[in-house]
Write a protein that binds this ligand. Sequence first.
Ligand code: FAD
Length: 377
Amino acid sequence: MTQSTRSLTQWLEELERFCAQAMSPASLLSPYDAARERQRIAVAASYGLTGIQVRLEHSGFGAPYSIKAQLAQRLAGIDFGVSMAIINSQNVADDVSRWLPASVSKRWVPGLLKGDQIGCTALTERAAGSDFSAITMRAVQTTDGWRLDGEKAWIINAKIADVFLVYAQTQPGAGAAGIAAFVVEAKREGFERSVDAFTSAAALSSTGGFRLQGYVALADEMLHAPGLAFKRALESINGARVYVAAMCVGMLQESLRLAQAYGQRRQTFGQNLEQHQGWRWLLADAAVDLEAASALVDCAAHAIDEGRQSQDLAAKAKVFATRAAQRHLPALLHAMGAEGLRDSYPLMRHVAAAQVATLVDGSTEMLLERISKNLKI
Ligand SMILES: Cc1cc2nc3c(=O)[nH]c(=O)nc-3n(C[C@H](O)[C@H](O)[C@H](O)COP(=O)(O)OP(=O)(O)OC[C@H]3O[C@@H](n4cnc5c(N)ncnc54)[C@H](O)[C@@H]3O)c2cc1C
């Protein structure tokens, strides 16, 4: 296991400070503002959140995966979109520093750690989501490097990012074997953000698309060669499944806490809500699945840290936690009556986020497919 220079307690203290500074309800609820979302990631960087897992020799914290999952969980309790935005940018710093020589990765890693630059990872296209091997973003080798042409959609941070990890096909018809990955800079010729609206959920509104037209990635900007990129993408998606599951745990935990607190002060028929058995059972039901989801997330996160086989556990954790969130968040919202609909509570945002969680990094059906292939009873 990697040694972190910060204990979990220290991380959680930093996280509290970050949340107090940059996650006020007003900032989460006001209309989308790209500059504010960029600024929020810069503030997150000042608390170390953009370098959680980045290795010490690259000036990150080298923290174990389970710490990243716990921080993602806490952040998502307040806002899933902010949690995804920060974790996705930190993942780019981690991937670039892990897979490229320091002489190349130093072009981006310091900026990503400082939050001067923001990262995102782009696999999905309008016509290729679950079927990642069907992507058509084209990479053609030239004398300088690789010419990239095509379009990506539904990419977290795409509206504000500077550094894009882009997956592209080098040999049409070759499927997974032909896919390579490149580091792409938004500031260079041939890059254009597309107008892609996804505005219903605060910071997730930075999700968007982009087009590459005659973009030239230098030879040393290839992150993963053909034949390796698909495998590496699936490895990192495996990790992503666990923190998305952890985020669902965070949203459920916070919603349960809010509903319980409400039940202690709201009276109906001469009693606090929590004194009505029928009402209490809604919360008890959520508590059962919360505990189980949390245990599955812990098992999967520790399997990753210990280098054990984690694909099956990661898939199970995500299926279970996203379903628990989809089932219980609306129930907890309902338990708060009209009050739960107020913008000052995160429950409405959490309900939308739970739906997003069932799609990103492997939809429920894709995960069930994976689990069914590993079934050993
Ligand atoms: C807010 C948001 C952020 C995202 N961020 C990123 C990002 O940062 N980077 C990135 O690369 N992508 C990102 N995505 C894309 C996400 O990974 C895809 O939405 C996901 O892979 C599903 O692809 P799709 O939406 O095209 O659905 P499709 O693949 O078209 O599937 C549609 C439905 O059919 C089901 N389905 C598909 N095939 C089968 C089958 N064989 N058997 C049974 N059911 C099937 C799916 O489970 C799904 O329910 C994001 C998506 C959203 C909504």
